[in-house]
Design a protein around this ligand. Structure first.
Ligand code: GRF
Length: 272
């Protein structure tokens, strides 16, 4: 990746309200994001994020995963002889089903939906796929398609301080555990659930009289900052992957302003 700032083309995947999407769109228009959102895809036709895309004049698509629920390993493989579901199953870590046949069935349905997702995305030649409240797990088929030139190309924002509280309810899990600090994490997407190399994390205080809604609002403000900053670091070529401890891939930020930026996130968290 070059060290010169370029303007990235982003595909954003949403399932719900899309405040992260809105923050990326607004910052792009304001010139504080070195990227533009070139396409938005949702798995839910009613996702408010699609309205945000429409309002901003950004092309959007719906991939209805339910339409792929009858796909099975034989038909999926017949239509794509090069596809090796068994090989994908060996590296995936998202499906916990112990029975191999059932796992392959779920995987074939996922891959079938992801082929539609890929068709929708590829038209727009995105540099990165940003998952922003996308409530679907992606398979190694999708990951292998997106990652290229030795670069990881899919990032996700998770509403907890990973590796604590992976899964769908980051804010609730953090709050119900009684944590005094909450966090948000931007990470590259790998074959597991919320397990890829971490780009950056922001934290916010949880006050004794808080409720879950106040916590979520405070956390979302931090999410918007951290996600946009990560995109800018990617555009500036300031994120480098390094193998540490012989096996773990870590993402390192080489921004001289790193400490100041983290202080800014903390100030924002305290003022929210
Ligand atoms: C965010 O909290 C994000 O971290 C999580 O889902 C939520 C989506 O929020 N994965 P929004 O749709 O961007 O408002």
């Amino acid at each position: 990746m070059s060290t010169k700032a370029t303007r990235l083309r982003l595909a954003v995947l949403v399932s719900g309200g899309g405040t992260n999407l809105q923050s990326l769109i607004d910052r792009s228009l304001a010139g504080s994001l070195a990227a533009e959102v070139v396409v938005v895809v949702s798995d839910r036709p009613e996702a408010y994020g699609l309205k945000r895309a429409e309002r901003a004049g950004i092309p959007y698509h719906v991939v209805d995963y339910k339409l792929h629920r009858y796909a099975d390993p034989r038909t999926v493989q017949k239509h794509d002889p090069a596809l090796d579901l068994e090989a994908l199953d060996r590296i995936q870590r998202i499906l916990k089903e112990p029975e191999r046949e059932k796992r392959l069935l779920t995987l074939s349905r996922l891959v079938s939906a992801e082929k539609e997702l890929i068709r929708a995305l590829d038209i727009y030649r995105p540099d990165y796929v940003c998952m922003a409240g996308y409530m679907r797990l992606v398979s190694p088929f999708f990951i292998q398609h997106c990652n290229r030139d030795d670069n990881r190309r899919i990032i996700n924002i998770h509403p907890a301080l990973l590796p604590a509280f992976p899964g769908r309810h980051g804010y609730e899990d953090t709050f119900e555990y009684g944590c005094r600090w909450g966090g948000v994490t931007v990470h590259f997407v790998d074959e597991g659930e919320d397990s890829g190399p971490i780009l950056a994390q922001g934290i916010y205080p949880i006050w004794p009289d808080d409720d879950i809604e106040r916590v979520r609002i405070r956390g979302l403000k931090v999410e918007h900052e951290v996600y946009a900053q990560c995109v800018n670091w990617l555009a500036a070529g300031m994120i480098h992957l390094r193998i540490e401890g012989g096996r773990r891939t870590a993402a390192l930020i080489t921004d001289p302003e790193y400490g100041n930026i983290l202080s800014g996130w903390l100030r924002l968290a305290f003022s929210s």
